[in-house]
Design a protein around this ligand. Structure first.
Ligand code: CAA
Length: 382
């Protein structure tokens, strides 16, 4: 067993850390205040992508860097220490947006749609969730009907990250309701396709620098060649994309928890009460010890899941465990960090207030933590 990172992994970690300090941290509070994704988008596409930070695990033959999911997780830790909203847009692009094309696209589909993602030239979204198909993702009401040499899509999606900015959308739709979960198929829908309408921005408690919108399909006609995988493979495509997506969310959780812990440690050494730094009060010191243990546990789970996935080994259970533990850790550690700061942590002036709001979504999206327990117990008890 080897707990050391490769030179390349450390190099990317350092590059992301320095990039975040210079380019992302300065605008994070303003993006949150204004619920502004446009400036994050500009930074991502014009500054981050040219450094290769949007291409980490994508194979070299498609224009990526050919690194692994561990490197992606390390980059995610750094980014989410600084800004979880930005981290959401990044994680969705690097996992749910790109993985379906990579894993299920034909060579022709990959050349057309995956190469621009691997090179960091375009964004992609993942359209699974619907008003009546959240945790129960199999209850898809969007339909796709083959008509001549095209499919006609009707229905809607909600909470779609990067929508409006993405060029490519993987959309799940029912092609044969009688087959239930085996009647769901996946399609690539390009922006500006007639009948494909993007709804207004959702107003949110946190991750306000990312954008989530509704998608509507009104007799939206797409070529038959936009079917991803085979008819009926859609649910498998969605679930396997979520295996990687949950590693991304887990890395977000570890990152924001690391950031909150660092801030709490620094403040506790500086803040003097009862004649000494609060860090030397056992009540605070023990809180910090517990926070550090949880962050480390979550970090190791994320790295394990990322490593398993990179080896091509099964990692559904481990990615669900990582997502569950890391997001609960994020919520607990950010809350306790605010507690250590006291009133100062509750003010908008400090990033901790934003970090605590941002952490909440990590327990909800890409499968609520109740769903993660279903996945984990299902894997153990089957
Ligand atoms: N990989 C490949 N195939 C998988 C799989 C995986 N990880 N998980 C399940 N499958 C397959 C199963 O093998 C099964 O096929 P077979 O019968 O051939 O074996 C089929 O899918 C159905 O599996 P289940 O019976 O387990 O399915 P289910 O209906 O009971 O649902 C669930 C399982 C875990 C509850 C699932 O519905 C789920 O994960 N729900 C949560 C959905 C979710 O995470 N949504 C988030 C959307 S993205 C988002 O949050 C937005 C964003 O932008 C951030």
């Amino acid at each position: 067993m080897n707990f050391t990172f490769t030179e390349e992994q450390l190099l990317i970690q350092k590059l992301m850390r320095e990039f975040c300090a210079k380019e992302i941290a300065p605008g994070a509070a303003e993006r949150d205040e204004k619920a502004d994704f446009s400036s994050a988008y500009e930074i991502m596409m014009k500054k981050m992508a040219p450094l290769g930070l949007m291409s980490l695990w994508f194979p070299k033959e498609y224009g990526g860097l050919g690194l692994d999911y561990v490197t992606f997780a390390l980059a995610g830790f750094e980014l989410n220490k600084v800004e979880v909203g930005f981290g959401t847009a990044y994680s969705v692009q690097m996992t749910l947006g790109s993985y379906p094309l990579y894993a299920y696209g034909t060579e022709e589909q990959k050349q057309k749609w995956f190469v621009p993602l691997a090179k960091g030239e375009k964004l992609a979204s993942f359209g699974l969730t619907e008003p009546n198909a959240g945790s129960d993702a199999a209850m898809q009401e969007t339909t796709a009907v083959l008509d001549g040499d095209s499919y006609v899509l009707n229905g809607s999606k909600i909470y779609i990250t990067n929508a409006g900015y993405s060029d490519i959308y993987t959309v799940f739709a029912m092609t044969d309701k009688s087959k239930g979960v085996k009647g769901i198929s996946a399609f690539i829908v390009e922006k500006d396709t007639p009948g494909f309408v993007i709804g207004p921005e959702s107003r949110k408690m946190g991750i306000r620098a990312s954008t989530q919108r509704e998608l509507y399909f009104e007799n939206c006609r797409i070529p038959e060649g936009n079917l991803l995988g085979k008819e009926g493979e859609g649910f498998k495509i969605a679930m396997s994309a979520l295996d990687l997506g949950r590693v991304g969310v887990a890395a977000q959780g570890v990152g924001v928890a690391m950031g909150a812990l660092e801030a709490a440690v620094k403040y506790s050494k500086e803040r003097v009460q009862f004649g000494k730094p609060i860090s030397s009060q056992q009540a605070v010191a023990f809180m910090i010890a517990d926070m550090a243990c949880k962050v480390e546990t979550a970090r190791l789970l994320v790295l394990e899941a990322a490593w398993l996935g990179s080896q091509g080994l099964p990692y559904t259970k481990e990615s669900a465990m990582a997502k569950l533990v890391a997001s609960d850790t994020a919520m607990e550690v950010t809350t306790n960090a605010v507690q250590i700061f006291g009133g100062a942590g509750y003010l908008k002036d400090h990033p901790l207030e934003r970090m605590m709001r941002d952490a909440k979504i990590l327990q909800i999206y890409e499968g609520t933590n109740q769903i993660q327990r279903l996945v984990i117990s299902g894997a153990i008890l089957r």
